[in-house]
Write a protein that binds this ligand. Structure first.
Ligand SMILES: Cc1ncc(COP(=O)(O)O)c(C=O)c1O
Length: 512
């Protein structure tokens, strides 16, 4: 199957995305002269798009001389078309200025994230983000740490540093991890600009276009954007959100095993603790099974541990990294959720050879992570501020999570279900089949409430009746008001449905 990933949400028409991606496959040498490409009907079915979308893309590529259709035999790659260069006319309707849009490289799936980083109008009850609550940031303590760093090690910090990270921060992290039961050596640790960069580095270091990667479905859109942009074949593995159905929640390990059986998978990417967006946590028995399967099929696991320290109730579950006996796991982590996402500092631990490769990729990406941020965080941890801040925030988040649940019990119509996370920052809500969260959003937005419809998190099979509610950034009062507003609207809709009327929120069209 060709590594093609179309972004239905993008402003770029689907046929243009397809045309550009096919063209890129030819230019990268993945499709060669004489290769047969699928018939338009077949490719349309594979991609879940209308046949004319494929036909339009093929027509443009044919006019460029890149492909050619032969009646009865199929469509074939003709090779890279060499066209004589003719400068475009100076009057291009743009006053002769450069048309930058025409020069953009093909669509890299980079738009998916913008939806999660929206400008939020003031006074909105925004369940949109999974970010820490900045009203509790200990800015004064941080300022003192920063001043101390500039006073004591200012020159060193402001000079160019080493790619693997600022030594004092590495030492502090190694100690912190040891206290948590994980023994890591300096060579097994790389400081990054956060998990987002770690995913990008991993992608560059281990994956080529067309390689297969197993990933939860739904998943964190920042990861999807990176893999889609790199033309990685993402294999969607379901996430169980209803404990009653399967006895446990989180990644469907059985489905993962069949994906590994049927495909040559290069990497497994999972978020076992308080998964974004569902809030689910993979139980210990399933973690053991996952590790065992990964070893059996010889596929490394990337564990995204970004929410793991945000457990507010229930018993901690050991990380995949701490259970790993074979050096099969790379764990990525970050200060973004436990402290300050604006600093862009995270880390990555794994076997030395893998970390060394990632270090080289990072070197050519940004030389190293901001050293003032690294040094100040090291001081912040050393002085005990991180531990105190985290303990405080966990109390805050627990109270907010409980406020969500209380409001759900009170206001949500009976047929609605939601996950019961023991930490993290988001709850996943499933509306009765037939209701569309996108439509619901239109109605609640008018009343000043925002959330993200679940479809933005899916790599396949988007479920229009799902939504993610982030609870960390809202106080209990706003949570109560926002959930009540959602619940009231849904109840109105239910009553309409019960009367047999076709309600406003009833899904009119399949969303993707
Ligand atoms: C699961 C997951 N991984 C990675 C990231 C990116 O984190 P960072 O700020 O460390 O780059 C996020 C951010 O929301 C996330 O939810």
């Amino acid at each position: 199957m060709l590594p093609l990933h179309l972004q239905p949400e993008s402003h770029v028409p689907l046929y243009v995305q397809l045309r550009d991606q096919l063209r890129a496959l030819v230019h990268s040498g993945e499709l060669r002269s004489g290769d047969r490409i699928p018939a338009s009907r077949e490719l349309a079915t594979q991609l879940g798009v209308h046949r004319t979308t494929v036909a339009n893309a093929y027509a443009e590529l044919e006019s460029e001389g890149l492909i050619q259709g032969h009646v009865g035999r199929g469509t074939f790659i003709c090779g890279v078309a060499v066209k004589q260069f003719t400068p475009p006319p100076r009057t291009n309707g743009n006053g002769g200025g450069m048309r930058w849009e025409a020069l953009f490289a093909d669509e890299r799936g980079d738009e998916g994230l913008s939806r999660l980083m929206p400008d939020i109008p003031p006074d909105t009850i925004a369940f949109v983000t999974a970010r820490p609550s900045d009203e509790f940031f200990p800015v004064e303590e941080f300022r003192r740490c920063c001043n101390a760093v500039l006073r004591n090690e200012g020159r060193r910090v402001l000079q160019l540093g080493s790619t693997d990270g600022y030594e004092p921060l590495k030492r502090v992290l190694i100690e912190m991890l040891r206290d948590e039961g994980l023994n890591v050596r300096g060579e097994q640790l790389l400081i990054t600009d956060g998990c987002q960069q770690a995913i990008d580095l991993l992608c560059k270091a281990f994956l080529r276009p067309g390689d297969a990667l197993a990933l939860e479905n739904p998943a964190y859109p920042g990861a999807i954007a990176i893999f889609a942009g790199a033309r990685i074949r993402m294999l969607a593995v379901g996430v169980e959100t209803d404990t009653k159905r399967n006895g446990h929640q989180g990644l469907d390990v059985e489905a993962l095993e069949s994906a590994l059986m049927q495909n040559r998978v290069k990497l497994i990417f999972v978020t076992p603790d308080f998964h974004n967006p569902t809030g689910t946590t993979l139980p210990l028995s399933e973690r053991r099974r996952l590790l065992e399967i990964a070893v059996r099929y010889q596929v490394p696991i990337v564990e995204d541990g970004i929410y793991a320290r945000l457990r507010v109730r229930g018993n901690p579950v050991p990380s995949l990294k701490s259970l790993d006996r074979t050096g099969n796991v790379i764990q990525i982590d970050s200060f973004s959720k436990i402290a300050f996402p604006g600093l862009r500092v995270g880390w990555c631990i794994g076997p030395e050879s893998a970390i060394e490769r990632l270090r080289l990729v990072k070197q050519s990406t940004d030389l190293h992570t901001d050293q003032l941020a690294q040094a100040t965080l090291a001081e912040f941890v050393r002085r005990g501020h991180l531990a105190r801040h985290l303990a405080r925030m966990k109390k805050v988040y627990r109270s907010r999570l409980e406020a969500m649940e209380e409001a759900f019990e009170k206001h949500m119509p009976e047929e609605t279900t939601w996950t019961r996370p023991e930490g993290g920052m988001s709850i996943w809500v499933t509306l009765p089949a037939g209701l569309d969260a996108g439509e619901l959003l239109i109605h609640v937005r008018e009343r000043g409430v925002l959330f993200v419809p679940g479809r933005y998190f899916y790599l396949q099979n988007p479920q229009p009746n799902t939504l993610r509610l982030g609870f960390a950034g809202l106080d209990e009062k706003r949570i109560a008001r926002g959930v009540q507003m959602l619940g009231d609207l849904l109840k109105v809709e239910f009553r309409k449905r019960q009367r047999g009327a076709r309600g406003e929120l009833h899904s009119r069209v399949a969303l993707v």
